[in-house]
Design a protein around this ligand. Structure first.
Ligand code: PMP
Length: 433
């Protein structure tokens, strides 16, 4: 990947060289590739490098930052529990109950909810609950839908084995290390009605669970086709399969009730994470009471830092700020950005398009918006990468991998959005062929 900036900084070079000696691969996760600079300060909508160069941040830590970097209101809530009740592994805490009540009040599928640390935690617990509830092992999922790095649910694994295509080098979303996908996971194309019907006709009675991102964010932004979520709801009910919505990227950010509240289709279990804590560590699993009650009885749920006080406090503050007009504001900023970028792409004559909802967006470097993962990876990566590097130079930080989705946060102003659009217009003029 060409991530070379015109003028790499001394601090950047020094840190990267030192990292290469003491950290495998130079970063603690494969999904943290060198995007071309090292950030030393973050505030609101902005990041700065050691030399004081400012970036408008459209990565937002791959999703968690939704209110804004280092938001003083969220930080104050965390500081208060840090100074008063810094208890882990003792519960329930008041914050745990208060957050659970908010989520149960907002999310259609949430009769009960538990808190853990990561989206991967939540999805693993969902898998265990579904297997315990059904006494079945087999699992159904979609190409390009990433459900955490453990076990069988990583996207790269499934695509790798079935398509013979190398997983993209974005390990935060690839699960690429798991080349040996187990035979008890069936994987079909997103939005392929016939493939879903065929899989359920053949194996519906063997599935413990069906996993999906109800609005695909792991690689491009691709909505469900009209009727697609309804079909999944119908088939899973018919075959006694636990329907699991992975709302790790959509939850809180697009609606406090998750994408299910927008789509009007209610799953049995829902995993949430990322934007819940505005950067503090927290995730959750919500769902039907009879399924959730298996946790702690038939299915283990144990984690020293589960429902940690800092994540809970951050999440309550984040929820309340989003409930107080925050979500609507994110949607209006996002729409302004997507409209502006679409206009500039059309003017440039480049065969590309913008997809997304709420505060989420991506440019697909192909003539048509992709509806499957296969289509998402069939893009002009060279052009997308040239655009990304040009934007970085212009002070706009985008995800370091061309088909990874971007997003803004609540600290953005209209001026930040318009600056992004203007930068895109000028970079497009340079890179368009
Ligand atoms: N599901 C989705 C849709 C995700 O995007 C991610 C993270 N990229 C996860 C699950 C896993 O969450 P975590 O990294 O917190 O384990």
């Amino acid at each position: 990947m060409n991530t070379t900036l015109a003028a790499p900084t001394a601090v950047r070079d020094d840190l990267l060289a030192r990292a290469a000696h003491v950290i495998p691969g130079g970063a603690s996760a494969g999904g943290r590739p060198d995007f071309g600079d090292v950030i030393t300060r973050a505030q609101g909508a902005y990041l700065w490098n050691a030399e004081g160069k400012r970036y408008i941040d459209h990565l937002n830590s791959y999703g968690p930052i939704v209110i804004g970097h280092a938001d003083p209101r969220v930080n104050a809530a965390v500081a208060e529990v840090a100074a008063t009740v810094d208890l882990n592994w003792v519960g329930p805490q008041a914050g745990e109950v208060e957050l659970a009540e908010r989520i149960v009040g907002a999310m259609p599928s949430a009769e009960k909810v538990v808190f853990m640390n990561t989206g991967t935690d939540a999805l693993q617990h969902a898998l265990h609950v579904a297997r315990a509830a059904t006494s079945r092992q087999r699992v159904f999922k979609f190409h390009g839908h990433y459900h955490g790095w453990v076990g069988h649910l990583g996207v790269g694994a499934s695509f790798d084995v079935e398509q013979g295509v190398a997983p993209p080098p974005d390990a935060s979303n690839s699960g690429g290390a798991e080349a040996g996908l187990a035979s008890d996971v069936d994987v079909v194309d997103w939005n392929d009605f016939d493939a879903v019907r065929a899989a359920f006709a053949a194996h519906g009675d063997e599935y413990a669970a069906a996993f999906l991102e109800p609005y695909l964010h792991s690689y491009t932004n691709a909505p469900p086709a009209p009727g697609f979520l309804e079909l999944l709801r119908e088939l899973t009910t018919q075959h006694g399969v636990v329907l699991v919505f992975d709302e790790v990227k959509t939850g809180f950010r697009h609606h406090l009730g998750g994408y299910q509240a927008i789509a009007g289709v209610t799953p049995d279990l829902t995993a949430i994470g990322k934007a819940m804590g505005n950067g503090y560590t927290i995730a959750g699993l919500a769902g039907r009471a009879d399924l959730m009650d298996l946790l702690g009885t038939q299915v283990t749920i144990d984690g020293t830092y589960y429902a940690n006080p800092y994540g809970l406090a951050a999440s309550i503050a984040t929820f309340d700020l989003l409930a107080d007009g925050g979500v609507e504001r994110l949607w209006s900023l996002g729409e302004r950005l997507r409209d502006g970028l679409t206009r500039e792409l059309n003017d440039s004559g480049v065969a590309a398009n913008v997809t997304g909802i709420g505060s989420g967006w991506i440019i697909n470097w192909r003539p048509e918006p992709p509806v499957t993962f296969r289509q998402a990876v069939d893009a002009d990566f060279e052009l997308g990468e040239a655009f990304r590097v040009g934007m970085l130079d212009a002070g706009i930080l985008l995800p370091p991998y061309v088909i990874t989705d971007a997003r803004l946060n609540l600290a953005f102003t209209e001026d930040d959005v318009d600056e992004t659009i203007a930068a895109a217009a000028s970079v497009l003029r340079r890179v368009a062929r």
